[in-house]
Design a protein around this ligand. Structure first.
Ligand SMILES: NC(=O)c1ccc[n+]([C@@H]2O[C@H](COP(=O)([O-])OP(=O)(O)OC[C@H]3O[C@@H](n4cnc5c(N)ncnc54)[C@H](O)[C@@H]3O)[C@@H](O)[C@H]2O)c1
Length: 463
């Protein structure tokens, strides 16, 4: 089957960049990305390429090349479904906030809405691709909806989870470690798999395209995120022990990372992981394990989240304790709000929880992040519902310049590892601050001895 038309439902952090790269690499395929969010689609279509809604290094160039040629962003979901041979579902699958599985299970209402809409609109055979991260066996539910409410057309469901990391999404999409495609073993299933393999083959080597059964593919994505998050919680657990024993977590990480069985990546101690995926996907894994009665499996993975929450709280507690057990009315400057560098995504960022703790202690939080607006910072805090929006507004100060953000503050907390923080004029910052001037480096990116030579009291994680 020659694929000439693709549609993707969901123009978010996954749908937008993924489809932009497919369009760039496959100029003969028309790629339409649709979303219900009119503001988001308008931003993707903004003439000024700097205004596209997602910040990722290199994404602007890819979009600029393909947009209007074979890459289109639209709110007309039905038309795009009707035209496409392959429909990617790339909508959000957040943790449920109500009912059974509240706080753990993935909320599949957006997925189900997509399935029902596809069933209603499709007039010819379609390949439906799960791009969103989904609980194992979701394809069964999607198939049931499509087969029972459709217009008698044939649907093939594939699982094709996305492994990109925010901040390096374009690079990851252009040079993926692997592409994973799960499908049925039937001849029709195999034909559908081949159609999607052919799309990726335009730029990905054959030996990096893995095909599996649907359930392995669905579960591999949850497993990958669980393993990645587990490494962070593991090194963070050791960071606390390092602080008590005089060991240095950076030295420990280097020593163990040189063991080829362990490897050096994802061993950086920090204030804790954030992002929309790790926590949600592990909670989902825990929920699935529990639902099969596998309580030991569930408890094992839940500990990764417990450790991460502990690390965030430990960071804010340490700030309070170090600042003589009170931060009331003290200005504490946050360098960074995004959950990691090179993205404007703040979902589940450690900064949100640390700020919430410190505001509970009546601190004034001054935020500077190169890519995150005050509006977003306040929305993140309001979402927690710890206090009223006007109270958050009073306690959060925002600045366009890092130097203004740091002036007069009692302490600086580094919450995101943006490269530019390393280059700042730290002497100028020191001179503008209250004394003693504290730096709490939640990412271990600053040169501690150099800051101490200036006069700062510097604390990293795990040393
Ligand atoms: N963000 C990541 O780094 C990442 C990486 C790999 C996988 N994933 C997974 O990919 C999925 C999407 O994540 P994201 O970060 O892109 O989410 P997102 O919230 O940025 O984007 C999802 C988009 O889907 C839209 N949407 C929801 N329901 C819709 C509907 N019925 N019709 C049209 N549009 C609809 C929303 O308006 C939103 O713009 C999730 O399952 C996530 O777990 C995310």
């Amino acid at each position: 089957m020659k694929i000439t038309k693709i549609c993707c439902i969901g123009a978010g952090y996954v749908g937008g960049p993924t489809m932009a790269v497919i369009a760039q690499k496959c100029p003969e395929i028309k790629v339409t990305v649709v979303d219900l969010n009119e503001e988001r689609i308008a931003a993707w279509n903004d003439e000024n390429i700097d205004n596209i809604p997602i910040y990722e290094p290199g994404l602007d160039k890819v979009v600029a090349e393909a947009r209007g040629r074979n890459l289109f962003f639209s709110t007309d979901v039905e038309k795009a479904i009707d035209e496409a041979q392959i429909i990617f579902i790339s909508v959000n699958t957040p943790t449920k906030t109500y009912g059974k599985g509240k706080g753990m299970a993935a909320d599949l209402k957006y997925i189900e809405l997509c399935a029902r809409q596809i069933a209603r609109v499709a007039k010819d055979n379609k390949i439906v691709v799960e791009k969103s991260t989904l609980p194992v066996r979701t394809a069964e539910a999607i198939k049931s909806i499509l087969d029972n409410t459709g217009n008698g057309v044939q649907f093939q469901i594939l699982s094709n989870p996305e492994f990109l990391a925010e901040g390096t999404a374009v690079e990851d999409l252009l040079n993926p470690d692997r592409i994973l495609i799960g499908g049925d073993s039937t001849p029709e299933g195999q034909k559908a798999i081949q159609a999607l393999v052919d799309v990726y083959s335009n730029w990905v080597d054959a030996d990096k395209i893995l095909t599996t059964n649907v359930w392995s593919s669905e579960l591999s994505k949850l497993t990958a995120n669980a393993f990645l998050a587990q490494r962070i919680s593991s090194i963070n657990a050791m960071s606390e022990l390092c602080e008590k024993t005089g060991a240095d977590v950076n030295e420990v990480a280097k020593a163990i990372g040189m063991d080829s069985r362990i490897g050096s990546k994802f061993l950086k101690a920090s204030v804790g992981f954030g992002g929309s995926c790790f926590q949600k996907d592990i909670l989902n894994l825990v929920y699935i394990a529990k639902s099969y009665g596998l309580n030991e499996v569930a408890d094992y993975w839940e500990q990764v989240i417990i450790m991460n929450d502990h690390q965030k709280r430990r960071f804010s507690n340490n700030i309070v304790q170090t600042l003589y057990n009170t931060v009331a009315d003290k200005k504490i400057t946050f360098l960074g709000w995004a959950f990691k560098k090179d993205t404007n995504d703040t979902r589940e960022s450690a900064a949100i929880y640390v700020a919430d703790d410190l505001i509970n202690e009546n601190a004034k939080i001054a935020v500077f992040d190169p890519k995150v607006s005050r509006k977003k910072v306040l929305a993140d805090l309001d979402y927690l519902e710890t206090r009223t929006p006007s109270s958050n507004e009073r306690n959060v100060l925002s600045f366009d310049s890092p130097y203004d953000a740091c002036a007069n503050s009692h302490a600086i907390a580094v919450l995101t590892e943006w490269d530019e923080f390393i280059q700042y004029d730290w002497l100028k910052i020191y001179d503008s601050m209250q004394k003693p001037a504290f730096v709490f480096d939640g990412r271990n990116i600053l040169n501690g001895p150099a800051l101490e030579a200036i006069g700062f009291i510097y604390q990293g994680i795990g040393s």
